[in-house]
Design a binder for this molecule. Structure first.
Ligand code: NAD
Length: 541
């Protein structure tokens, strides 16, 4: 293939199935869910292309029914971390030497497998293991992951095509080499697409990877490895291990060949890993690349000119879809006094119609939070708000853990703009509202900008164009993704590059060319056609 300058297929966003009641697509997905629900799945680690089983079996239970055991995975120890690193390094030279068209073809094939034969399987695994309803599973596990794969192939070729100019008599080129050594991907529970993309995009750029998924996402992680294998990813290029996060990080980040960290998860964990990298800096062969997309406390700022139904809908969808377990979820809102009673009434009316339960019933809009810890955390915020003089639970406030980890959509109103639930990341279906006096619009913009450590997503709702412009300027650094008259969630690959700064991450925008540049090390090549034969320049006479 070195005898052509190939063009990859034009990337387009995967159409989202609507799963309307009674449709063939919903029947097919729910029947796959039911079948997989009954099976006892067995999930090995994958190191050097081999399934690795240990004597430590960890039972898998579903958030929507914590007594339902749907199988187990094999937990590894530090010897598996060592062998994952060795396998990655052993696979490196062959993978590095393979032409980019072959790498592109593998990931394009993976995208087509996900769009076709694996669509129901990866969606159902995400519904069972991570408690996403049909729509949330579809936009994440199927569509966003497919988009990451297809768009990154296109971005890779755009990057490779970026070449320097050449003066007369010379030819300048740049080559986008993979990093020397191996890369480390550490991924969160809440997005199957992120989990697949983090190791995949590094591998796409020619790197070899040790991947540690969240222990709460192993079911869909297994499907990702199955798809990549079927797509032809060579053994050892991505090695998936189920090991303790902290111990694994300590081992991997101390290795001299460690070359890059691609992390998505909470702020504290990322900061701990960055520290470990700092402590090991003199051990490495190269300075490692560090990319982390972390927590959020995402705002909705409402101007008195805003449309009430649009605000209420943006808040209900933004705060409660996937139980608020999106890094981008609306979790703090600032509403002018003149609108609050009406906004609250519309929200109450909408929330009253929300059904809560298992994703097996597609009419449930809200499902379970991920685990007992998350349930207890949400319960704590709700109970403390009920007892606080600074806060009132104005909508919801119920929770029930008899069968699954169910927390009802909850709205807390606070009179203290620094109250715990309006500044801390909860990662559950809890929205806190601060009602401001209409004339305090400008001061409230300052408050939105300064009251939390995060800067991930945020929305402004207003009809007044001057107000939109004022918010746009005042909140320039308050979010990495800024929405006007829309909810702050639901970024689409290729359309709204996603990521935040401050305590929310390094803002390297997942699913963009900017992100891919982090996983390559450029070599500049200058070729002179007719080399000089005398050292004397003309100025020497
Ligand atoms: P988490 O930080 O608990 O876990 C993330 C990963 O880190 C998991 O694989 C986990 O096993 C591992 N880990 C845990 N402790 C570790 C340690 N001490 N050292 C090394 N690794 C460790 O996050 P989570 O609960 O899986 O996901 C939710 C968090 O992720 C939220 O804070 C959310 O905002 C964030 N998130 C951010 C984005 C983004 O793009 N900014 C996207 C999704 C999720």
């Amino acid at each position: 293939m070195s005898k052509a300058i190939s063009q990859v297929p034009f990337a387009q966003n995967e159409p989202v199935n609507s799963y309307v009641p009674g449709s063939d697509e919903v029947k097919s997905l729910i029947s796959t869910y039911k079948k997989m629900w009954k099976e006892k799945t067995e999930i090995p680690m994958v190191i050097g292309g081999k399934d690795i089983k240990t004597d430590k079996k960890i039972q898998l239970s579903s958030p929507q029914d914590h007594q339902h055991d749907f199988g187990f995975y094999y937990e590894g120890d530090m010897s598996h971390v060592d062998s994952a690193i060795e396998s990655a390094l052993a696979a490196k030279s062959k993978w590095n030497a393979l032409g980019w068209e072959h790498r592109a073809a593998i990931f394009l094939k993976a995208a087509d497998l996900l769009a076709g034969p694996y669509r129901d399987v990866i969606n159902a695994a995400t519904m069972i293991g991570q408690s996403k309803n049909v729509h949330q599973a579809e936009i994440d596990a199927a569509c966003e992951f497919i988009d990451f794969l297809r768009f990154n192939v296109e971005f890779m070729t755009e990057l490779y095509a970026e070449q320097p100019v050449s003066d007369a008599g010379i030819w300048n080129r740049v080559e986008y080499r993979p990093l020397e050594g191996f890369c480390f991907a550490v991924t969160p529970f809440n997005f199957t697409a992120i989990s697949g993309n983090l190791p995949a995009c590094m591998a796409m750029m020619g790197n070899v990877v040790v991947w540690k998924p969240s222990d709460k996402q192993v079911y869909s992680a297994k499907v990702i490895m199955d798809v990549l294998k079927e797509a032809g990813l060579p053994d050892g290029v991505i090695n998936m291990i189920f090991t303790d996060g902290k111990e694994t990080a300590e081992k991997v980040l101390a290795h001299p060949d460690f070359a890059g960290l691609h992390f998505t998860g909470s702020t504290k964990v990322f900061q701990g890993m960055w520290k470990m990298i700092g402590d090991n800096i003199h051990n490495y062969k190269s300075y490692p690349r560090i990319v982390g997309e972390t927590g959020g406390k995402d705002f909705v700022m409402v101007h008195p000119s805003a449309n009430i139904e649009a605000v209420a809908t943006g808040l209900v969808r933004g705060a409660f879809e996937y139980q608020g377990q999106k890094c981008s979820a609306a979790s703090r809102a600032y509403v002018p006094k003149s609108l609050w009673n009406e906004v609250k009434a519309v929200m109450e009316a909408q929330i009253k119609t929300i059904k809560i339960g298992s994703p097996e019933d597609p009419s449930n809009f809200v499902n379970a939070v991920i685990d007992k810890n998350s349930f207890e955390k949400c319960k704590g915020y709700i109970d403390r708000a009920k007892a606080s003089n600074d806060a009132t639970v104005v909508i919801g406030g119920k929770y029930d853990d008899k069968k699954g980890w169910f927390v009802h959509p909850t709205v807390i109103e606070t009179i203290n703009p620094y109250y715990e639930s309006i500044v801390e990341e909860i990662f559950g279906p809890i929205l806190t509202v601060f009602v401001y006096e209409d004339e305090n619009w400008e001061d409230t913009l300052k408050l939105v900008d300064t009251s939390t450590q995060y800067s991930l997503t945020g929305s402004i709702f207003a009809q007044d164009r001057y107000a939109i412009d004022e918010a746009y300027k005042a909140l320039e650094n308050t979010s990495g993704n800024f929405y006007i008259n829309d909810k702050p969630t639901g970024a689409v690959v290729g359309q709204q590059p996603f990521g935040g700064s401050r305590a929310s991450g390094t803002n390297d925008k997942a699913g963009s060319k900017m992100n891919l540049t982090r996983w390559v090390s450029v070599r500049s090549i200058k070729e002179t056609f007719v080399s000089p034969k005398d050292y004397k320049y003309p100025y020497l006479g």
